[in-house]
Design a protein around this ligand. Structure first.
Ligand code: C2O
Ligand code: CU
Length: 504
């Protein structure tokens, strides 16, 4: 030891040791100053094991009547329970289907194996067909899906009690159990169904299928569905990696119902012929002009009906590129694939304008749905989470309406990813995009892609009482908090999220 070295514990001001102690104390304090609030945020973000969707959120009355308490009745009316909001008719249904859900490894026609889920042994599950207004009865049986299952009728504005959302409109069907859905599809069009229990896993891995609602009467049109889905990284149409060949006569008009069951948008275009876009999300387009050299971007969860007049050499409906549906007259194999057109058809201006049936300027409620992202805790888990109106799940808005209200919503995407927004139980009509008014056929949608930086003004009539999810259909995003709810005053749910029910 040399005399130059300081002695531990030596007295006197500003020795290196004393400075070190201060530094340590300051560092501890600084750490606590960060940790205590962060710890509180963590603690505060934790959710109880089971909770009502109605306890979620920040009540948003949109300028209409109501109170901060989302629960219960109002104006002396007792609350109506979600299970009461169902079709009351008894007696036999026009269409009855039994769907049995299984957890299993299955094989695509290409030979590729998928570790996932099936309905009646296949994925996509069986295509269900009904007519507008007819009673459909679907018996869902869970044979072996350990997490439980439900079925949601995406785009069909069914009564709330049949909406099939675990923890909101029903309990997930456990293995060995069943649930019977009975509803009348109010509108014809192209729809689909999928599980709404652990949906970010179950939909991707197979629990979905097409649902076509035919017009109530009239000569049947030639039509075919093209369900786009990516199984284990492979793009398919109707489960086929190599595509589907559909025999068709030259000159025949065929409505190809493109359904996107994936997490991201899929472009659809036609090689060998032009097309008309006949319907979007089940709603008919008025005055659909012929389209050539453009693609239709179908958002996640969305549908697009492309009508093609089959040429002698056939037509190829490309869905995403790679997989395709070929309309092939006898002796033709259809044209070779073509690259994706550079531009997409713009639905803001496509088709002929028509009255929308209500006055959006007389709206009783006006809401914002502003999507963002920031770091924080959700249920005790740190991450960079989605926000709605600046708040993270579960403090997202609870949009409150009364039956009969005209509702306007401004949906803005302040994040850097696209969000296909899906409101259950209603179709919204697009009024404007980035302030530019819609000038084409009324653009009714239930799955609307909102690109980064884009703002949509949409409107709808609150005509379907219940408690409805309004979420991103990139289901991974929904699972990570991009979900809010629309509730009608006076509706309450007995179901709980958390205890076995995980809707997203
Ligand atoms: Cu297609 Cu809430 O889902
Ligand atoms: Cu999203």
């Amino acid at each position: 030891m040399t005399s130059a070295e300081p002695t531990a514990g030596a007295a006197g001001p500003a020795t290196p040791v004393r400075r070190a102690r201060w530094r340590t104390a300051l560092a501890v304090l600084a750490t606590l100053a960060v940790l205590v609030p962060v710890g509180w945020l963590w603690w505060d973000s934790r959710m109880p094991a089971g909770y009502s969707a109605m306890d979620m959120g920040t009540v948003d009355l949109g300028g209409g009547p109501g109170t901060e308490d989302a629960h219960g009745g109002h104006a002396g009316h007792p609350a109506v329970g979600v299970p009461e909001l169902r079709d009351a008719t008894t007696g036999p249904a026009a269409v009855t289907v039994t769907l049995t859900a299984r957890r299993e490894v299955f094989r695509l026609p290409s030979g590729r194996t998928v570790d996932g889920y099936t309905l009646n042994g296949t994925s996509p599950g069986p295509e269900i067909r009904t007519r507008q207004g007819e009673l459909v009865e679907i018996r869902l049986r869970n044979e072996s899906v350990p997490d439980g299952v439900t079925l949601h009728w995406h785009g069909v504005d069914v009564p709330n009690g049949d909406d099939g959302v675990a923890g909101i409109t029903q309990d997930a069907v456990r293995p060995g159990g069943e649930f019977v859905y009975r509803f009348r599809a109010p509108d014809s069009g192209t729809y689909w169904y999928h599980s709404h229990q652990v949906s970010h896993v179950q939909v991707r891995q197979g629990l979905f299928g097409a649902l076509v609602v035919e017009p109530p009467a009239g000569a049947p049109e030639g039509d075919v569905t093209a369900v786009s889905h990516t199984f284990a990284g492979a793009r398919t149409v109707n489960g086929q990696e190599d595509g589907v060949i559909v025999p068709a006569a030259a000159g025949e008009r065929v409505r190809v119902r493109v359904i996107n069951s994936d997490e991201g948008a899929v472009p659809a275009w036609v090689t060998g012929a032009g097309f008309r876009l006949r319907a979007v999300d089940g709603a008919e387009v008025r005055g659909p002009a012929p389209v050539a050299g453009l693609a239709v971007s179908v958002p996640a969860g969305g549908r697009a009906d492309l009508e093609v007049e089959v040429p002698a050499g056939g037509a190829r409906i490309e869905v995403g590129g790679g997989a395709a549906l070929v309309l092939a007259p006898p002796g033709s194999a259809g044209p070779p694939p073509s690259p994706r057109p550079r531009d997409d058809l713009d639905l803001l201006t496509y088709g002929a304008p028509a009255p929308i049936g209500f006055d959006p300027d007389a709206a009783q409620r006006r809401f914002d749905y502003v999507i963002g992202r920031r770091p924080g805790f959700v249920d005790g888990v740190p991450g960079v989470w989605w926000t709605v109106n600046g708040r993270m799940w579960p403090d997202v808005p609870m949009y409150v309406v009364d039956e009969g209200d005209v509702v306007r919503m401004r949906v803005r995407n302040d994040s850097s990813e696209v969000h296909p927004m899906h409101l259950h139980g209603h179709h919204v009509v697009v009024l404007a995009r980035d302030g530019a008014p819609a000038t084409g056929s009324p653009w009714w949608t239930d799955s609307l892609d909102v690109a980064p930086g884009v703002e949509f003004d949409v409107a709808f009539v609150a005509d379907n009482p219940g408690l409805w999810a309004d979420h991103c259909h990139n289901l991974e995003h929904a699972k990570n908090g991009l979900i809010a709810h629309l509730m009608y005053r006076g509706v309450d749910t007995p179901f709980r999220i958390g205890t076995g029910n995980h809707p997203d």
